[in-house]
Design a protein. Structure first.
Length: 330
């Protein structure tokens, strides 16, 4: 049960809930656009042993209600992560599927995870990730760790309390941290490039400019280019509320609207939708300009236009507030 990259074909298709591809206009039309959603990939159970795991994190106690083997669901993109503060949101699954907020299973408040360098077996970092997304259909646990070097790493979740014998069950997923100079899209520490995003007065060939239910959101008053020269922080959301079948884009936009009302004119908020047409067959120029391969993504810059924080794929109101706090907005 794992999402994988589908072979490219020329048939337009909507953004899938697993990793997929969409046609991109112009010279980008044959490039892969990855949809990272609620079922990106499941980690395999790699060990079952008694006692504490190696490393600094104590096992997570999984309360009754879980059936069969607990598995990790990756909610982070397969590329675009760079050394520094690395964010790895996870969800969970058991024998019945992905664990949601439907009340059928009791969910842990936090997950204890360990990051391992598989080439040496050494523990790189440990973290306790608190549960987020109680207002989403699928909750998530954002693991945030500091990783100094590019490479392939393993994320291990150790869980107890699932079996009558009280064994510790270890689950691992791998992830890659790329060298910054190999990542095309904006990363923290890099300037957010200006772009004339569609606005209410100039759609720039994109229709509709915003697929929010009930009409455009309030973040289409100025272009990203205009926002970046105002000398205050910029908050830039790229995502499609209507066509994001993973169920994360619309809630992300609504959360951002709520937070923006608290921040007022201390920052400029801009939104760009993913598609250029109502049928969702052509990716919008704003997406190709950023060289994005997943959505949604939230870029938060400082007053000089340098990306301070980027939130990928799934995030809630609390995480948005935390991202804005990195540039002094609270």
């Amino acid at each position: 049960m794992c999402g994988g990259c589908h072979a490219h074909d020329t048939t337009p298709h909507r953004y899938p809930p697993t990793i997929g591809e969409m046609p991109v206009p112009g010279e980008m039309s044959r490039r892969r656009f990855l949809g990272v959603g609620a079922a990106v990939g499941l980690g395999a159970v790699v060990a079952a042993c008694a006692g504490e795991p190696d490393g600094g994190a104590s096992p997570t106690e999984i309360v009754p209600g879980i059936e069969g083997t607990l598995q990790i669901v990756k909610r982070f993109p397969p590329n675009g992560l760079v050394p520094g503060r690395v964010r790895l949101p996870l969800s969970l699954a058991d024998a019945r599927g992905i664990l949601g907020n439907d009340g059928t299973r009791t969910l842990p408040d936090s997950l204890a995870v360990t990051i391992i360098d598989p080439s040496t077996g050494e523990t790189v970092a440990s973290a306790n990730a608190k549960r987020h997304g109680d207002d989403l259909s699928v909750p998530y646990w954002p693991v945030v760790v500091d990783i100094d070097s590019p490479g392939i790493y393993s994320l291990r979740l150790d869980a107890t309390g699932q079996d009558p014998g009280g064994t510790t069950q270890s689950n691992e997923v791998s992830f890659q941290v790329d060298a910054p100079d190999t990542v095309a899209m904006p990363v923290p520490g890099r300037a957010l490039p200006p772009f004339d995003t569609p606005t209410i007065v100039n759609s720039r060939g994109v229709s509709p400019i915003c697929t929010r239910a009930g009409g455009p959101c309030p973040f289409h008053g100025v272009t990203l280019s205009d926002a970046l020269v105002r000398g205050i922080p910029v908050v830039y959301l790229v995502g499609t509320p209507a066509h994001c079948t993973t169920g994360t884009c619309a809630p992300a936009l609504e959360s951002l609207i709520a937070v923006a009302s608290e921040i007022g004119e201390r920052a400029v908020f801009v939104h760009a939708d993913i598609y250029a047409d109502e049928e969702a067959t052509q990716v919008a120029p704003a997406v190709t300009a950023l060289k994005m391969q997943f959505e949604p993504a939230l870029f938060v810059t400082d007053a000089r236009g340098t990306v301070a924080t980027r939130l990928d794929v799934v995030f809630d109101t609390d995480e948005i507030r935390g991202a804005l706090a990195t540039v002094g907005l609270s």
